[in-house]
Design a binder for this molecule. Structure first.
Ligand SMILES: Nc1nc2c(c(=O)[nH]1)N[C@H]1C(S)=C(S)[C@@H](COP(=O)(O)OP(=O)(O)OC[C@H]3O[C@@H](n4cnc5c(=O)[nH]c(N)nc54)[C@H](O)[C@@H]3O)O[C@H]1N2
Ligand SMILES: Nc1nc2c(c(=O)[nH]1)N[C@H]1C(S)=C(S)[C@@H](COP(=O)(O)OP(=O)(O)OC[C@H]3O[C@@H](n4cnc5c(=O)[nH]c(N)nc54)[C@H](O)[C@@H]3O)O[C@H]1N2
Ligand SMILES: [Mo]
Length: 758
């Protein structure tokens, strides 16, 4: 449980600094890996070493600077932990008993050591031989009446080699059911950007930050979730570059930051202010803000100034006139009311943008996790297109991805809606006929389980049932399955909410060595800025009985597809062969893969808009419209608050490192609701009251979570926040972006019910 009595007290110091250094030391100590962990940290993100298993922000490998961060250190310490969840552990605890434990407790049991099978007679997980485990999977998959009755989930820590083979296996088996963590994350980027600029990826590289004249950070908490990005932000501020942060929560690191890697700042307790302009947006107010900024620009043009890049617009874009009509149709009063930002500040943001010759806009989950998330991303692209901020140093769109290889997994085939061209190529390379019908994304996978049409779930990493919306319904969905398989490093709730039969298959982790019959192997990952680099683990695997993800995928395929056209066995030992196959399927992006990856700096995958080439049907960049100012359905209920589910500083998604959230001043508790004092007082509630939160929905399903302690926090009016995954039971499965499938985890309509019902 939590250590000591909970405490809620604002954090007044800069983010980073000694607090970070101390937290790094503490986590190494807690996991009992001070010397092993410290040694491994020296190899993280270094040439010849492995890639940080935490976030997807690029590292500057070639500078040879010691590039790790507090949260990278936590991810590594938890992976390198000395604790083990062994067969004795599973013999000691029934699955029912394990379910009573917290996510934190489950995580703290350490690394899985051998494959386990659920035994219904004893309600325990018991050891199973690898061969038997694969045979069980093969038997279930071959028995299905239709391959579309199986769901193949991927979480973004899986490296390219395993993800590619998985995508081939699943398609040869006969389905495109690829629910993916990306479906809950940056899918609005992957689906929203292609019609706008021709690719579903960011167009910025690290170097661009050195050439930017202005940087916007919208709906993202880099100090916690992409700490290496703080280096870019600090450097930019030191150069005098304005930084505009748009967030309903004044996140500490967006305000002041001390670089743990700057000895002078550390010694003098100095720090750098980050945001020159902090925009205290209402949850869901970003569309109004973006339109307000564009409106200010159109007004200035109408007054005779030249603020747009007319040459770029004429040569490269379509849809400018329609955009102008849409923007000028928005009234300032509505813009201000919806965004919660006053007109003067919106105009200041526009001034910063207009004065800059090269602007980068970074964004995260605060933008994507809304019901019109994909179209909101397109409005960011509109703003950038107006000033030709593509294909020029220091400019572009920069979605900050989550998992370290979530972008790579997508590039190498994890896609529930594959293009016909890709399927043709797959067929040409491997000689089988892949299915053409689109498969399920994450929400559709849960719906299929609820409907009883899905029968088998295989999770290549991740913690599906905890990450998806509508926890209670998701649990029921999983329990209705015939077989659930968790391919994982650590025990998590996904393994305890299982189907009639269930397997846990433990894997060698990112930081660990891979030795096969053909010698040392390495894997590759693609970061948020499309750099592909090698990752070579340095640690001894947590147990001699672990397999690599590559081998697990190959052996699942061999057990399922005895007549396969693919030489699976040959890939198990030789990862260059896998890379050759990737190059064959993606000749434009990945030609000479095996040779190019020898460069310690890796290589950059082509992103056409960087060359002002637009891979859209009309060959242009397109201004796209999202009429109105709302990105979430409007609800007429004066008691309503908008709830954003966010990450604390001490978690990695569903993995909870501790009950503290340093920068938000919370110690020893995760069942909190951040609310501003005025919204609290308007409801006649005292600070630290324990309440129950209830979702407002019209689907007849009651969704409540409590007790939650009210914590006074400078939230924007009407906006509240609490932690994912504890609050996922409040998120209706049906509240998602239709274009991308991404659940609206940042805009759950809720009301406070008092006193706490539970
Ligand atoms: N240490 C650590 N690192 C991580 C992760 C982790 O859990 N821990 N997770 C990884 C993953 S998978 C991902 S996707 C990324 C996530 O990284 P982020 O995108 O930073 O994720 P969140 O914490 O979900 O929320 C982002 C911010 O959105 C703000 N926000 C909420 N609603 C709105 C809104 O309507 N408008 C605006 N403008 N802002 C809003 C919140 O206040 C919060 O500051 O981080 C990755 N890195
Ligand atoms: N309400 C709400 N819900 C959300 C979000 C939100 O902001 N709010 N965010 C969404 C986002 S952005 C994301 S990305 C998803 C995340 O969803 P997931 O990716 O499914 O969840 P994680 O918690 O990252 O998965 C952790 C598990 O991965 C396994 N694991 C760790 N390392 C490895 C490895 O190297 N190999 C393998 N095979 N397994 C490994 C461990 O067993 C660990 O328990 O959640 C989404 N859900
Ligand atoms: Mo994510």
């Amino acid at each position: 449980m939590a250590d000591g009595r909970p405490r809620y007290k604002p954090y007044a110091r800069p983010a980073g600094g000694w607090g970070s250094a101390a937290a790094t030391a503490k986590v190494l100590l807690e996991q009992s890996v001070v010397s092993k962990g410290s040694r491994a940290l020296l190899a993280m993100n270094q040439p010849g070493g492995f890639k940080c298993p935490s976030c997807a922000f690029p590292d500057a490998t070639c500078t040879r600077k010691l590039e790790f961060c507090e949260n990278g250190a936590k991810a590594l310490a938890h992976e390198a932990t000395k604790f083990r969840a062994t067969r004795e552990f599973f013999a000691q605890h029934s699955v029912t008993a394990l379910r009573e434990q917290s996510d934190y407790w489950l995580e703290m049991q350490g690394r899985l050591t051998e494959p386990m099978r659920y035994d219904p007679a004893s309600d325990h997980y018991v050891p199973v031989a690898w061969d038997d485990a694969f045979a069980l999977i093969g038997r279930h998959l071959r028995a299905l009446a239709d391959p579309n009755e199986a769901e193949f989930y991927t979480s973004g820590r899986t490296p390219n080699e395993a993800a590619f083979l998985y995508s081939v296996f699943v398609r040869e088996y006969g389905t495109n059911n690829f629910p993916d963590c990306s479906n809950m994350c940056h899918e609005p980027t992957s689906r929203g950007l292609p019609p706008a600029i021709g690719v579903g990826k960011g167009t910025v590289v690290l170097d661009d930050f050195e050439h930017a004249d202005a940087i916007f950070v919208i709906g993202q908490n880099p100090g916690t979730n992409a700490p290496r990005m703080m280096t870019q932000l600090v450097d930019a501020r030191k150069r005098g570059v304005p930084i505009v942060a748009v967030n309903p929560m004044p996140e500490r690191a967006l305000i002041r930051f001390t670089e743990p890697q700057d000895p002078v700042q550390m010694a003098t307790f100095g720090s750098t202010p980050i945001a020159s302009e902090f925009v205290h947006i209402r949850i869901g107010g970003d569309l109004a803000l973006l339109k307000g900024m564009m409106r200010a620009m159109f007004e200035r043009e109408a007054a005779g100034e030249t603020v747009f890049d007319h040459q770029f617009i004429a040569e490269h874009t379509e849809g400018f006139a329609a955009l102008r009509d849409d923007i000028l149709a928005q009234d300032w009063r509505d813009i201000v009311a919806k965004s919660g930002v006053d007109e003067a500040q919106i105009r200041r943001c526009a001034d910063i943008y207009m004065a800059s010759d090269a602007t980068i806009i970074c964004y995260g989950m605060g933008i994507t996790q809304h019901e019109r998330g994909s179209e909101l991303v397109q409005q960011i692209a509109n703003l950038l297109l107006l000033k030709g901020n593509f294909g020029r140093p220091g400019a572009g769109i920069s979605p900050i991805r989550g998992h370290s290889n979530v972008q790579g997994d997508r590039t190498v085939g994890i896609d529930e809606r594959p293009t016909a061209a890709y399927l043709d190529q797959l067929s040409a390379v491997f000689g089988f006929d892949p299915p053409r019908a689109h498969g399920h994304h994450t929400v559709e996978a849960v719906e299929a389980m609820l409907a009883g049409t899905a029968k088998v779930f295989i999770g290549l990493g991740g913690n599906f049932v905890r990450a998806v919306p509508d926890t209670d319904r998701a649990y029921a969905a999983m329990r209705g399955l015939d077989l659930t398989v968790g391919i994982a490093t650590k025990l998590n709730r996904g393994h305890l909410i299982h189907g009639r039969e269930a397997l846990i298959l433990p894997v060698i982790a990112r930081s660990e060595r891979i030795e096969t019959a053909r010698g040392k192997q390495f894997v590759t990952i693609e970061d948020s800025m499309s750099n592909v680099t090698a990752s070579r683990g340095v640690l001894e695997p947590a147990s001699p009985h672990l397999l690599t993800e590559v081998e697990i995928v190959c052996r699942m395929a061999m057990a399922t597809l005895p007549e396969s056209r693919v030489d699976w066995a040959s890939y198990i030992d030789d990862y260059d062969r896998i890379r050759d196959a990737i190059a064959a399927v993606y000749p434009a992006l990945y030609s000479e893969f095996s040779a190019r990856i020898q460069d310690p700096a890796g290589f950059h995958l082509d992103v056409a808009p960087r060359r002002r080439v637009w891979l859209t049907p009309n060959g242009k960049a397109n201004f796209l419209l999202l009429p109105g100012l709302d990105v979430d359905p409007q609800i007429d209920d004066p008691a309503m608050l908008r709830l954003a589910t966010v990450r604390s500083h001490d978690q990695f998604n569903t993995t909870i490192y501790s009950y503290n959230d340093r920068y938000r001043g919370v110690r020893g508790d995760r069942m909190v609701l951040f609310i501003n004092a005025a919204d609290r007082e308007a409801r006649g509630l005292a600070a630290e009251t324990r309440v129950t939160l209830e979702t407002i929905s019209d689907d007849g399903i009651a969704r409540r979570v409590g007790p939650l302690t009210l914590v006074d926090y400078p939230m924007s009016p009407g906006s509240v926040a609490g932690y994912y995954p504890e609050l996922n039971p409040l998120l209706p499965l049906g509240n998602y972006d239709r274009a991308s499938g991404c659940p609206a985890a940042k805009a759950i309509p809720v009301r406070i019910v008092t006193p706490s019902a539970s």
